[in-house]
Design a protein around this ligand. Structure first.
Ligand SMILES: CC(C)CCOP(=O)(O)OP(=O)(O)O
Ligand SMILES: [Mg+2]
Length: 237
């Protein structure tokens, strides 16, 4: 069985396979995205119940802008409507919502509602839900370097003082200072990171499943937790 004290503190998820799920049922991609939101709600609720501290979900990557405009527009509207529909219940469930990624490129209404959600839920601490939107792992490291170089240029920091902790503190999670993911789950059989977290995955247990994201439910999540608990983590020791 699962031991609550051996649960991961920070779970990261790449929610992949929504369009293949739709296609296998003769449905439009949009139906896959909608089903994907349903799966996300189930996983958020289970993580809250199992006492997971941080759940980060890769909801839209910088590469996803390359998709057909009709799909990108639908995803943007779906992100906004989902946040609008769920912010009240997430507040009630003491879930803090944070968004990482470059939101300046998002539609203004979505960008503004993200800010509203973050402000409304910022004092909650039962579960930290981090939604990566227009996130790029490489850009995250680039912007951290830019910030540190500025500090060196301003004479605040000497090059030899730069260390892992300084970089940790400049990455996108700096404002919310969460631990790196203990477990990364990627669905749909793809075995790659796809420019999600890069630096933060240094010691993360990687879990891949053929299951398509809309079909990823309680059984699948608990199986991932069980696998995590069985893997002894050595941190290189
Ligand atoms: C936007 C993102 C969460 C969607 C993930 O599913 P997907 O559209 O990549 O689905 P496919 O891999 O089946 O095309
Ligand atoms: Mg995909």
């Amino acid at each position: 069985g699962l031991h609550r004290e051996l649960m991961p503190k920070h779970v990261a998820v790449i929610m992949d396979g929504n369009r293949r799920w739709a296609r296998s049922r003769g449905l439009m991609p949009q139906a896959g995205y909608l089903a994907g939101v349903g799966a996300l709600k189930v996983v958020v609720d289970l993580c809250r119940k199992w006492g997971i501290q941080v759940l980060t979900v890769f909801a839209f990557s910088s590469d996803n802008w390359l998709r057909p405009k009709v799909e990108v527009d639908f995803l943007m509207r779906l992100l906004e409507s989902t946040l609008k529909d769920e912010v009240a219940s997430m507040s009630r469930d003491e879930i803090r919502v944070s968004v990482i990624g470059d939101i300046s490129k998002l539609p203004p209404s979505l960008r503004d509602f993200i800010t509203h959600c973050e402000n409304t839920t910022k004092n909650n601490s039962r579960l930290n839900l981090v939604i990566a939107i227009n996130y790029s792992g490489k850009y995250d490291i680039v912007q951290a370097c830019q910030s540190i170089c500025q500090k060196v240029k301003d004479g605040e920091v000497e090059p030899e003082e730069i260390n892992e902790f300084m970089i940790d503190n400049e990455l996108c999670m700096k404002l919310i200072r969460f631990p790196d993911p203990d477990l990364l789950i990627r669905t749909s059989g793809e075995i790659r990171v796809s420019n999600f977290f890069l630096w933060q995955l240094a010691y993360t247990e990687l879990y891949f499943t053929e299951t398509l994201w809309p079909d990823f439910g309680e059984d699948e999540l608990l199986r991932a937790f069980h696998t995590f608990q069985q893997r002894r983590r050595r941190y290189g020791g």
